[in-house]
Design a binder for this molecule. Structure first.
Ligand SMILES: NC(=O)C1=CN([C@@H]2O[C@H](COP(=O)(O)OP(=O)(O)OC[C@H]3O[C@@H](n4cnc5c(N)ncnc54)[C@H](O)[C@@H]3O)[C@@H](O)[C@H]2O)C=CC1
Ligand SMILES: O=C(O)C(=O)[C@H](O)COP(=O)(O)O
Length: 375
């Protein structure tokens, strides 16, 4: 009689469809990511997390865990050396939420441009860190007619390419957006990469976006730096973020740039499939019958100008200002809002009825919207 292996999987309860997705592989226990402790893992075979669980020896020593899967991208909460030395398999869903972050940045900039009365197509965008997120952002920004400066020393060295600019050159762009990991050592370490010297070089006409990690930008110096706008999604000391900087920001959001429905789902399914491979089990996607239907097609009311027409469409996919209001009124809501983040779908899921503005139609299609004929 073959012994049926009953495995146990502990999953951050912020992983969508956790019970449905992983049920085919064993017993699934879900807990808030911040609350997962060593005693929960003593007889667990796999641990599935997001960003709120610190994965290290203190968490895993003398437990049964042999697989750790991260359904997010950042790695600064993972002691990868410990996992490797302990022969614990680690998989991270790299790129799963890149499109979501790129859409967040473009949406915030279109809102800012409409509110401050400038045309994004006349602006340069400096992208610091041109990986999964930065490269998608570049493509979207170019769809709006923006000129991009790219800074990514590791890629520049590896690709021996002159497509990249120095940090100093990139910081001269009208708009600067940071998309590097948070790293504390090595020649390309990013902790305080945008520090006192870099911020002092900026003019009050420039715009800074941080949807990467708190700590890449020196927040104390940023508070003393006059800019046209600060758009901050990632903060030092989350969830206890700097209130003065929050009030200074054009947009202050609780680390939700990567929280589209598709991004969260991609992270979960990428980890699930890697765990199936690790345990040599068949992939079972029957849970996908639970997915929500596509939203109704969007109809543009005023398409006279491409930028205001685009903002109308973006706002109909997701009211990004709600993500700001959620913590501006009460920053104690930072974690609660993130853990109960309302579903918003990525642009490619949305149909938009063709408008009379051909430039707007082309931009919408290039940004990934499904352009529908007007019947
Ligand atoms: N706000 C949010 O919800 C999200 C935040 N993130 C953050 O954004 C970061 C980037 O995400 P991905 O693009 O998916 O990662 P990625 O690893 O694909 O790209 C990061 C890029 O940064 C470059 N880089 C590293 N050090 C650098 C330096 N000193 N200067 C300039 N470039 C440097 C790398 O060469 C790489 O091309 C993640 O590490 C994560 O911390 C990612 C997803 C969601
Ligand atoms: O992927 C990353 O890195 C992120 O910053 C994610 O947006 C973190 O998501 P949560 O774990 O905070 O839900």
């Amino acid at each position: 009689m073959t012994q049926i292996v009953q495995r146990k999987i502990v999953v951050d309860d912020a992983v969508p469809y956790a019970k449905s997705i992983f049920a085919s592989l064993g017993e699934v226990d879900t807990l808030p990511g911040r609350d997962i402790q060593r005693e929960h893992l003593l007889d667990a075979d796999a641990l599935i997390i997001r960003s709120r669980t610190q994965v290290n020896e203190a968490l895993l020593a003398d437990t049964a865990v042999k697989f750790v899967g991260s359904t997010v991208v950042g790695l600064d909460h993972i002691d990868q050396n410990y996992l490797q030395d302990s022969n614990i398999h680690f998989y991270s869903a790299q790129g799963c939420n890149a499109n979501s972050v790129a859409e967040f940045v473009i949406h915030a900039l279109v809102l800012l441009a409409e509110e401050q009365g400038f045309d994004l197509s006349q602006k340069t965008l400096g992208i610091i860190g041109v990986g999964h997120v930065g490269s998608r952002l570049e493509k979207k920004a170019k769809a709006l007619g923006m000129h991009c400066l790219l800074n990514d020393p590791p890629r520049a060295r590896q690709e021996n390419s002159n497509a990249f600019s120095s940090l100093e050159e990139t910081l001269q762009a009208d708009i600067i957006s940071v998309h590097t990991p948070l790293t504390f050592d090595g020649r390309d370490k990013t902790h305080l990469l945008i520090g006192k010297e870099q911020l002092a070089s900026l003019s009050s006409e420039q715009i800074l976006v941080n949807a990467a990690r708190g700590g890449i930008v020196n927040e104390n110096e940023l508070k003393n730096t006059q800019l046209a706008a600060k758009i901050i999604d990632c903060w030092e000391n989350e969830p206890n973020i700097d209130q003065e900087l929050l009030q200074q920001s054009f947009m202050a959001t609780p680390h939700i740039a990567g929280h589209s429905f598709e991004a969260k789902l991609a992270g979960s399914t990428m980890v699930y499939e890697n765990l199936c491979h690790f345990w040599n089990e068949k992939i079972d996607n029957n849970w996908q019958t639970e997915l929500p239907p596509r939203p109704d097609p969007i109809e543009v009311v005023n398409s006279d100008h491409w930028q205001s027409g685009l903002l109308e469409v973006l706002q109909k996919t997701h009211l990004i200002k709600n993500d700001d209001a959620a913590i501006r009124e009460n920053s104690d809501q930072f974690e609660r809002y993130r853990r109960n983040y309302p579903i918003h779908r990525e642009w490619y899921i949305h149909g938009v009825k063709k408008t009379k503005n051909q430039k707007l139609n082309l931009i919408l299609e290039t940004l990934g919207f499904d352009l529908l004929p007007v019947l």
